[in-house]
Each structure stands twice: as C-alpha cells, then as structure tokens.
Write a protein that binds this ligand. Sequence first.
Ligand code: ADP
Ligand code: MG
Length: 298
Amino acid sequence: MTLVAKRDAPAATQQRGLPVPGFRYGEEARAPQAASMPTPLLRIAGVSLEYRTPERVIRATHRVDIDVYEADRFVLLGPSGCGKSTLLKAVAGFIPPIEGEIILDGRPVRGPGPDRIVVFQEFDQLPPWKTVVQNVAFPLRASGTLGRREAEARARHTIDKVGLSRFADSYPHQLSGGMKQRVAIARALAMQPKVLLMDEPFAALDALTRRKMQEELLALWDEIRFTLLFVTHSIEEALAVGNRVALLSAHPGRVRGEFNSHEFDLTSVGSSAFQAAVQRLHRRLFDADPETAARPAL
Ligand SMILES: Nc1ncnc2c1ncn2[C@@H]1O[C@H](COP(=O)(O)OP(=O)(O)O)[C@@H](O)[C@H]1O
Ligand SMILES: [Mg+2]
C-alpha cells in the first residue's frame, strides 16, 4: 500500500497542476484568494444551524465557512457537542440552515440527494444474506437509479475499482473488517456521489482495528480520489486522515482555524513534527476562545 499521494495536497490544486498559494501547515489556511484556484466543489457559506424544541432554541453551529475542493479529504475536528454531526446532516440535506447557504457543485442544497452519501460507521450493517455485488447493487435498484442488469454491471465495475472483484460473489461474513469498509464505500461510490460523508466512522473501534480502517480508507482514496468530508473529535485521526482540517470551537461550533495536514499520514504519527502539530491543535482547541472569554461568566 502506498500513501504517497497523502503528501501531495491540496488535492484539487495538485490534480490540476495549479500553484498552492498560502498552503503551509500551521498557517491559517483560509480559502485561497488567488484567481487561479478552482471553484470549491462544496461551499458552506456562513451557515448557522439550530434545533428548535418547544422550550428553547439550540444553536449548533454559528456562521461556519468552509470550502471543500474536489478530491479533498476534508476533516471537521472539534469537541463533542460542537455541531460536527449537525453540519454533516445539513450537508446531507436533512437540516436546512437558518442562515447562510450550502452549495454543491454550483447548486444550493435544498434536501437529501444521491450526490451526497453518508457512509455509516457500522460496516457490519451490510445485509449478511446478500453477496458483495448484491449489497453494492441494492441502493442503485432501491433508489430507482438503475434497472437490475445495469445495477449489477455498475456494482461489478465499482467493486473492481475498490479492488474486490475476487470477492464479488462472497458474503460479508467471509470478508475482513477492512474489506467490509471497502464494500460500504463501494456501495456509496456506485451511486456516483459528488461527496462522501463520514461521521466518526471509527470512533467505536479498538485502536488496532481503527488504525487498519484508517489505512484502508487512505489506500482507497489513493486509488480512487473521491471527495471526502470526515468528522472526528480525534486530533491524531484528523491529521492522519485529512489533507485539510477545520477546527471547530465548542458549542456552538464556529471555525476557529483551518489547517493543512497533507504532510502527515499514518506513518508520521510518532514523528516529532506530527506530535508538534497535535500539540498545536490541542492548544488551539482548548485555549480560551477570545470571544467567549471576553464575555462575563454566566
Ligand atoms: N435532535 C436534537 N435536538 C436538540 N438538540 C440537539 C439535537 N441533536 C444535537 N443537538 C445539540 O446540538 C449540539 C451539536 O450536536 P452535534 O452536532 O451532535 O455535535 P457533535 O457531533 O459535534 O458531537 C449539541 O449541543 C447537541 O446537544
Ligand atoms: Mg457527532
């Protein structure tokens, strides 16, 4: 497995052979202004999200600005309760912003759609009585996207892309955890989404399995270069999995900074540069927020 591409980022600019203005780890890597930059695939612009109950209004995120470029592995990093899942649900189209806009490929997001697919964390959710190819074909058929033959052909093609053709007719219990993750991602990719959404997919796993799944995810990205929006509260995971990381403050979530992490991968976890980056993000996460600190304690 090679993770070479992990070092080549931001992916969008790299792919298009464009310069990488202002992209150095540790600097505020706000959306580059240069005219040569490609248009973001996904733009989260000034997005505030709220939950309304009969008793009160809970603001989950406050005026979040994020630009995700094609083939980015963009990570939303922040403490529990800061609105990461809510933001992902808004991108998926389940929660409308109360202010701001979410724009995907030039079109405002108005509801759920097959161009954004959530890959769920329970890879064991693959129905065990369906073969790999049946699992991958199922959403294509159930959504009415394709008929039976076309769905199977697309499923086989996608399974081939994720390197599982030998297992196309196997059942989930015959696969390793990493392979099941590949099937789950293949199932999503078969729908040809513009962006894959993952919400703390590895949070419940033991450390070794987690690492294995992170490796699998990066290897697959290396092969296919899908666009990923990935949520985690783990600084290490954010740095290792992402090429760009947006740091969200505690409730309500605001963007406190954006960092490039393309120089890191899973092999850098023990390095001093990686540890320094972890410390830096840790301080950034837990330092008093100037805006909150300025307010009197309630
Ligand atoms: N269905 C809901 N109704 C009311 N409040 C909610 C609901 N879901 C989440 N919240 C609140 O919104 C805030 C953000 O939650 P969430 O997006 O789940 O955070 P995170 O994923 O970062 O842990 C939290 O304060 C949480 O309690
Ligand atoms: Mg969450």
